[in-house]
Design a protein around this ligand. Structure first.
Ligand SMILES: *[C@@H]1O[C@H](CO)[C@@H](O)[C@H](O)[C@H]1NC(C)=O
Ligand SMILES: *[C@@H]1O[C@H](CO)[C@@H](O)[C@H](O)[C@H]1NC(C)=O
Ligand SMILES: [Fe+2]
Length: 454
């Protein structure tokens, strides 16, 4: 592949526009004794396989019961086929897919393969091989019903912190990985996309990775580099066609009773935009009996009391907040701010028992470091704030109950620093305007968030 390409001009530009403010002194809110974590260095993950062998293997949920397998080969003759089966080394099914590639100045990508396999059985382990050669991989299909567990991490990057976050994610089982934007931090240096693909392969080849784009995926410059999201769209193809969207930058999917919507903070979102129309239609199709939980992921937070990136999600919030509120979305996850923050249920800047909970989880471990300063005085809407690297887990127990926990990276340990029990809005009489005497499918929920008593 092409040599590492790093023009100084881009670095200067990036420093001006993309690096968040990093304050030298931290405002310690949660754990007074805990020393803030400084950034750690970028890891370059070399290719140790031959050029025809698959590398950067990752999987994602495609249509119901289907998985998309994606990988890259340096060899342009390599075939886009996946062999798979339920026993190691015994592949009784073969699927053929498509391939693409792209050029970015002097960089030429490898052959990028995308192959859909299925129908597959839920909660079943499959063994597979890409391109008819190379190592065997395996993954577990998510369950068809509750319980299901999501691992959630934003602003991942590829540093030693990233490595430690992923290690923590992988140390306990989960079903699906969700990433609200900012993946590789390649920032125009295309070989870093390849390095990122190799770093995450052990995780992304064994559990579906569902991602949406952040500002670091844009990689465009007016006039000289007009095509945004070139690398991201080619490498991280998501099931947008399967969900009736016309862009890889926003889509949705159903999994085990959850409807998950991935929105695009860096494409049009105003009321006459394609994304707005798609979102409205997508929300209208939700059957809350089939998918009692609705989660939304996007990159630039709509609610944020960190001093970094203030106001950046505001125009999107103004356009789309009412749609999410009327649909009784349960939680909105964002990244972008390199810290963890959990809000109460909100609508239009006020606490509202029928609005979504807002959570910022932009603390995966990127090279820019943490956003250390939160605004004073503390907003009563903000329930928990901490500037540490880490990851979160969302375990949905049943139609109405879920458990949320956020783990701080404490070097080689993951320490639970915040946890709450969540209740779905799907059966809230109050939020659906059901008064006593009318039929209701289940018990009401008076308080939507309760501190976990465990
Ligand atoms: C990444 O994490 C693994 C598992 O903890 C460790 O063995 C490895 O040395 C780490 N790699 C780097 C480059 O830090
Ligand atoms: C982090 O780990 C150290 C060493 O194991 C321990 O002393 C400290 O209490 C931990 N801090 C937190 C906040 O968990
Ligand atoms: Fe970002």
């Amino acid at each position: 592949m092409a040599k590492l390409w790093s023009p100084a001009a881009f670095r200067v530009l990036l420093t001006i526009c993309c690096v968040p403010q990093i304050m030298p002194h931290s405002h310690v809110s949660a754990e007074e004794y805990y020393i803030r974590q400084p950034p750690r260095s970028v890891i370059q993950t070399p290719n140790k396989r031959s050029e025809s062998d698959p590398q950067q293997v990752h999987i994602s949920l495609a249509a119901k019961d289907y998985i998309r397998v994606s990988w890259i080969t340096d060899d342009k003759e390599a075939e886009s086929v996946v062999e798979y089966g339920k026993l190691p080394g015994r592949y009784n099914t073969v699927a053929t897919g498509e391939h693409t590639s792209y050029q970015f100045f002097f960089y030429k990508s490898g052959k990028i393969h995308h192959v859909k396999i299925g129908p597959l059985e839920p909660a079943t382990t499959y063994y597979y091989r890409c391109g008819g050669r190379g190592p065997e991989f395996s993954f577990k299909m998510p369950p068809a019903n509750f319980p299901i567990e999501f691992a959630i991490v934003g602003d991942l990057g590829q540093t030693e912190w990233t490595n430690s976050t992923l290690d923590h994610v992988g140390s306990k089982d989960y079903d699906v990985f969700l990433l609200p934007g900012d993946l590789s931090y390649a920032d125009f240096q295309q070989p870093l996309w390849d390095s990122f693909g190799r770093l995450v392969e052990p995780y992304a080849s064994s559990r579906p990775w569902m991602v949406t784009e952040g500002n670091h995926e844009i990689e465009s410059i007016p006039i000289i580099l007009p095509h945004a999201f070139k690398a991201y769209n080619a490498r991280w193809l998501m099931p947008y066609e399967e969900s009736g969207s016309s862009s890889n930058l926003y889509y949705s999917f159903d999994i085990a009773g959850a409807h998950i919507i991935m929105l695009g903070s860096y494409t049009d979102f105003d009321e006459d935009s394609a994304q707005y129309k798609w979102l409205k239609a997508d929300l209208a199709k939700i059957n809350r009996k089939k998918t009692p939980w609705i989660f939304v992921l996007l990159h630039a937070p709509w609610y944020n009391t960190n001093t970094a990136h203030q106001g950046e999600g505001e125009s999107m919030r103004n356009s789309m907040e009412e749609l999410l509120y009327n649909a009784r979305v349960d939680v909105v996850f964002a990244g972008h701010v390199h810290a963890y923050e959990r809000f109460t249920r909100i609508y239009d800047n006020k606490a509202d028992p029928c609005g979504p909970i807002y959570i910022t989880i932009g603390d995966g471990g990127n090279r820019e470091g943490l956003a250390l300063e939160f605004k004073e005085p503390k907003s009563p809407l903000s329930m928990f704030q901490e500037s540490s690297f880490g990851h979160a887990r969302l375990k949905i127990l049943d139609e109405t109950r879920a458990h949320w926990s956020w783990y701080r990276n404490n070097d080689s340990d993951a320490v639970i620093a915040d946890e709450v029990r969540l209740e779905s809005l799907s059966t809230s009489k109050q939020c659906w305007g059901i008064t006593d005497g009318q039929e209701s499918s289940s018990s009401s929920s008076s308080s939507s968030v309760t501190k976990d008593e465990l």
